[in-house]
Design a protein around this ligand. Sequence first.
Ligand code: AMP
Ligand code: ZN
Length: 144
Amino acid sequence: MKDCIFCKIINNEIPSYKVYEDEDVYAFLDISQTTPGHTLLIPKKHVKDIFAYDQTLAQSVLGKIPLIAQALKKVLPNLNGLNLISNNGKIAGQAVFHSHFHFIPRYNEKDTFTLKFHDNSKNYSAEVLNKLAQSISKQIKNEI
Ligand code: AMP
Ligand code: ZN
């Protein structure tokens, strides 16, 4: 897609530090290097976000995750963990609107990356959670 920075990377119109490529995906170092080895995995097909995936695309992209994660673990000394993140939508922090998955290697408490899950469980009754789970479950069944 014209004017998409990641499509330009795939087409070699702008440079990148490539780590993997096949007919479906391209993976390269994130220029920010939030932590050393921070890598992005993207589909070659221009899709905006996860909401635009079908199952075939999901398999070809998400199926490469273990390959890349395991390579990072093998080559990066002291890698003790990995955050795997995809921001979908502006409110979720997406800045580049060509779907991508961040691999963020974690080393220790001083990593210059943080992620915080707040615990709001006290605001939810079992009844509310049951209704929510059922409505999502029903929708999933409709889609498969
Ligand atoms: P997001 O906020 O999830 O959309 O993340 C977009 C990511 O793309 C950021 O972490 C940027 O550092 C990264 N990025 C933007 N331009 C480039 C580029 N030319 N090469 C590598 N990474 C890039
Ligand atoms: Zn694109």
